[in-house]
Design a protein around this ligand. Structure first.
Ligand SMILES: [Ca+2]
Length: 296
């Protein structure tokens, strides 16, 4: 299995799973992380990503945020996404959220990554604001996108995908011909996929040799509920990008129907998902990839 060039589009902050997923991207020897796109791109989100990149010695990795209008930017700059759990995990490693943090427009960051690594995989584990802007104003074709499929929450409507936070962005991604292969890890799979104490203990062991697993361990031991019951939908999506055989994928036509997002089996669409199946995740392979690291 070869290494993949990966761009991570994340809404890091709030839940800890994006924090975990970013650390997997930075630790797994099968991944070369080429850029991070942050949605909506608040200063504290970017500061958190910067702190994580610094810990890994990877400040060379560019950070993109949606361009937005000046008025939008001002609104977003007033929001905070980073929680006490994130601050506690950083503090346990003598780190703080970095300010001021450097960014560039997501479209420019993604265009630049594509010109350097044309076969890159885009992994989207948050709303698709950056992706929508790239589809409107960027260049070229993305070979493959792996998209996280939904956090179950009343405000997310049907919760079939993580798409309800930016329906326009999600529709653009589903409909575009500028992403050759789309893999959707849907809510019916992600909503039951959670951390276990055994995985936590193996993460702590891996953390003796891996910066990423040290960070993940500090995040999980902030709160006992994270150790045993944290949703792992974002890490599952990253690991699916590394090895699609983790999921029983079938080719589908994805669409937004009257009851929300849906998918039906169809050949020739280039879109793959696991509709109507709550099981079937290869957990052993997921854990193998979750824990994989190059010794420092
Ligand atoms: Ca997320």
């Amino acid at each position: 299995m070869g290494r993949i060039d990966l761009v991570l589009a994340t809404d890091i902050g709030m839940d800890p799973d994006d924090f975990i997923a970013l650390n997997i991207c930075l630790s797994n020897p099968l991944v070369d992380l080429r850029a991070v796109l942050v949605d909506p791109g608040t200063p504290d989100q970017v500061g958190l990503v910067t702190a994580i990149l610094r810990y890994h010695g990877r400040l060379d990795i560019p950070i993109g945020v949606p361009g937005r209008t000046a008025a939008d930017r001002e609104t977003v700059d007033g929001w905070s996404y980073v929680t006490d759990d994130h601050l506690a995990a950083l503090a346990a490693l003598d780190l703080v959220v970095a300010h001021p943090a450097r960014t560039a427009p997501s479209v420019a960051v993604l265009d630049s990554a594509l010109s350097n690594w044309p076969s890159l995989t885009l992994v989207a584990i948050g709303p698709l604001g950056s992706v929508r802007e790239w589809l409107d104003g960027g260049h070229g074709i993305i070979g493959r996108a792996c998209v996280m499929g939904g956090y179950m929450h009343p405000s997310h409507g049907s919760g079939e995908y993580n798409f309800d936070a930016d329906i326009e962005g999600a529709t653009s991604l589903i409909d575009t011909a500028r992403v050759a292969r789309k893999v959707i890890v849907p809510a019916n799979v992600t909503r039951t996929f959670r951390s276990t104490r055994a995985l936590y203990e193996r993460t702590l062991t891996a953390g003796q040799a891996s910066a990423g697993h040290r960070m993940i361990g500090r995040m999980l031991d902030v709160d006992d509920s994270l150790v045993e019951n944290q949703l792992l939908h974002d890490p599952l999506t990253v690991c699916t990008a590394i090895d699609e055989d983790i999921l029983p994928l079938v080719e589908v036509h994805a669409f937004r129907g009257p009851d929300g997002w849906n998918a039906a089996r169809a050949a020739g669409t280039g879109t793959f998902s696991s509709p109507g199946d709550s099981g079937g995740v290869n957990r052993a392979r997921f854990e193998e990839l979750f824990l994989m690291h190059a010794r420092e």
